[in-house]
Design a protein around this ligand. Structure first.
Ligand SMILES: C/C(=C\C(=O)SCCNC(=O)CCNC(=O)[C@H](O)C(C)(C)COP(=O)(O)OP(=O)(O)OC[C@H]1O[C@@H](n2cnc3c(N)ncnc32)[C@H](O)[C@@H]1OP(=O)(O)O)C(=O)O
Length: 358
């Protein structure tokens, strides 16, 4: 009988032999199918990511986030931070990146996020501890090969236990066995198209008062405050594969071109947090941000692949002069990331503190 543990028993460098072996081999799987998740389950994510200035600066540079408070200690102190924090987009991308191995590595898509709250600034050197709870699971009525899972996730400082960021996130997750569904229903089409305001106003400057004046004017004129941002950023390898890998995000969608060739996108797709961060950077370049507060109703509407260019569009929804410290007021925006074909790929509501006139 052949001793198959003998290193010379099979020649692994022979392509025909190797092909036959691969056909017989079981794949040691990563990630979980939809059926794994049950409401109430708690998962502790274990990768050892430590926030760093290097990671934050790499993220900010690549996504065009140039707010000096996250680059320079003196501006950080002027803005009321004890020390220079890491960027909140990098923080949330790291917290979510760590969870991918347990929650979404099997594939499927990141559909949206809600109730994003930044509890306190996060500092370089902080080791992360991240936990998630399954809050909802349901069958997708339109895609029998997928289920839809919602988790609540909290990212904490592993040493102090303090919560840094929390959110509720929804993904499409492949099922091990397809479900029987009616294939989904088509919504009714409106021939006339939705109503849009005749006039879109832009704030004259980048301070809280500029946004407030523009909103006041818009209300009197039956207009909306909404504008485009000029910059665009084309998705290259560094953005699509490099940044998610740097956050330990193991989703194959971002770095395995072989697997993604047969998927609906036909190629690797950008990490939703990268797409979002680019559109937010475009918006922040036209405002005097003081602090990020929260995000709601974030949705990822379409794929972003290599070579797509991401632009930004912003609508101003509300200005609250009483919600911030002396130096700033709270503005709620709706931001949209769109591609070179003017197709929206991300939208979300953001409340940020914007500096007042000095
Ligand atoms: C991280 C990470 C992964 C990523 O970052 S992946 C990159 C970011 N995400 C994407 O690129 C996804 C882009 N979106 C799409 O391509 C399409 O939305 C998609 C997923 C192909 C679905 O297109 P549809 O036209 O079929 O979209 P529907 O609006 O009909 O939605 C399909 C079902 O999903 C439900 N749904 C959609 N959004 C949400 C949401 N925010 N919350 C809850 N449920 C949502 C919708 O109700 C539909 O349900 P059915 O029962 O009717 O199927 C990572 O690994 O985590």
């Amino acid at each position: 009988m052949t001793d198959w543990s003998d290193p010379d028993a099979v020649d692994l460098s022979d392509a025909v032999t190797f092909d036959r072996l691969l056909d017989r081999a079981e794949t040691r799987e990563k990630g979980h199918f939809f059926e794994f998740f049950a409401e109430g389950d708690e998962l502790a994510h274990d990768p050892g990511l430590r926030l760093s200035h290097h990671g934050s600066e790499q993220w900010m540079g690549q996504t065009l986030n140039h707010d000096p408070a996250y680059w320079r200690a003196d501006t950080a102190r002027e803005r009321g931070f004890e020390a220079r924090p890491v960027h909140p987009d990098y923080l949330i991308a790291c917290v979510m990146g760590i969870t991918v191995e347990d929650l979404s590595e099997k594939g499927g898509y990141f559909l949206g996020r809600d109730d994003v709250e930044f509890h306190q600034p996060a500092m370089a050197g902080t080791p992360l501890s991240v936990t998630s709870t399954v809050v909802d699971t349901r069958t997708s009525s339109s895609r029998p090969k997928y289920g839809i899972v919602t988790w609540e996730t909290e990212g904490r400082d592993r040493e102090t236990g303090e919560t840094l960021v929390s959110y509720r996130r929804t993904n499409m997750i492949p099922r091990r066995e397809p479900a029987a569904t009616d294939g989904g229903a088509m919504g009714e089409q409106d021939d006339g198209g939705p109503a849009v305001p005749d006039t879109l106003l832009s704030p004259e400057g980048e301070r809280f008062e500029d946004f407030r004046r523009a909103l006041d004017t818009a209300q009197k004129e039956n207009a909306a405050v909404a504008y485009r941002h000029e910059r665009g950023r084309t998705m290259d390898d560094q953005l699509v594969a490099g940044l998610p890998l740097a956050t330990l995000n193991t989703a194959r969608q971002h770095h395995n071109r072989d697997e993604m060739a047969d998927s609906p996108s036909g190629d690797i797709v950008a990490y939703g947090d990268v797409t979002r961060s680019i559109a937010l950077a475009h918006a922040r370049s036209d405002e005097a941000t003081y602090r990020e507060r929260r995000f709601a109703d974030e949705r990822f509407h379409d794929f972003v692949t290599l070579g797509d260019t991401i632009y930004g569009f912003t609508r101003v929804l509300d200005c609250d002069p009483d919600a911030g410290p002396e130096q700033a007021g709270a503005v709620t925006f709706e931001h949209v990331a769109f591609n070179q074909d003017q197709t929206p790929v991300y939208s979300g509501r953001r409340t940020a503190l914007i500096q007042r006139d000095t």
